[in-house]
Design a protein around this ligand. Structure first.
Ligand SMILES: [Zn+2]
Length: 229
């Protein structure tokens, strides 16, 4: 499986990533975009049908494209998939697409990236019902410590929304996420992952190397130990 070098910064979720020395990025392809997971140094992919883009007349096509991409060796995760009560299609359609993608994630043995907006109840119920073997990573997390705790208790990994993660007022919630469940991402935001690591390490009052090591270990646990890739 394509993965980071031991001392790489890991950008767990980006859009349209460029290769950068010393950085390993998971570039997220939303299947309606018509992008192909090209073989680029330091870049692997997640592929999914985003809840914003699912429609009655494209859902089957989108799911079969996720399935097709999910078989490629440089596609190491499924998603982002999930629920959005603010934007996107109706909930029944979102759920249909979500369940299909959980099944692909389980079948291919590749972890799942979650997009969730104001639908945490729905996500937690799905997690309980489907009881997945693969790890689920919440991308763009910016909830309260209570929500973080609820998700952590169920085994989720959290990758905070970049603009939120670097705000000093987020420090107390960030501190409530154990290092062994934390990832970092840029999500298409033009900042670079290294400055995000530096700011977060400073807010958490830990060394940069400690943060790098623990995110590498998390990657290892989610993608090598738990997955079948
Ligand atoms: Zn994203």
């Amino acid at each position: 499986m394509k993965g980071p070098e031991k001392y790489d910064f890991i950008n767990i979720h980006d859009h349209g990533a460029e290769p950068i020395d010393g950085v390993f990025t998971i570039d997220n392809i939303m299947v309606h975009e018509n992008r192909y997971p090209a073989d680029i140094n330091g870049i692997a992919y997640s592929c999914g049908a985003h809840p914003w883009n699912i429609m009655e007349d494209n859902i089957d096509k989108m799911i079969s494209k996720v399935k097709e991409y999910a078989s490629l060796p440089n596609v190491i995760a499924i998603g982002e998939a999930g629920f959005d009560r603010i934007r996107g299609s109706d909930e029944i359609l979102q759920e249909k697409a979500f369940i299909a993608q959980v099944e692909i994630s389980e079948e291919k043995g590749k972890p799942l990236f979650i997009h969730c907006v104001k639908a945490w109840d729905k996500l937690l119920v799905s997690h309980k019902k489907m009881n997945p073997k693969m790890k689920w990573i919440i991308h763009g997390f910016r909830g309260k410590p209570e929500l973080a705790k609820q998700l952590l208790d169920k085994g989720f990994y959290l990758s905070p929304w970049v603009e939120w993660a670097i705000r000093p007022e987020s420090t107390s919630t960030l501190k409530s996420i154990p290092l062994k469940r934390l990832f970092l991402e840029t999500d298409g935001f033009d900042i670079g992952i290294e400055p995000v690591y530096r700011v977060v390490a400073e807010h958490l009052q830990i060394g940069l190397q400690t943060l790098k090591k623990s995110i590498y270990d998390n990657f290892y646990n989610v993608f090598y130990k738990s997955s079948l890739v």
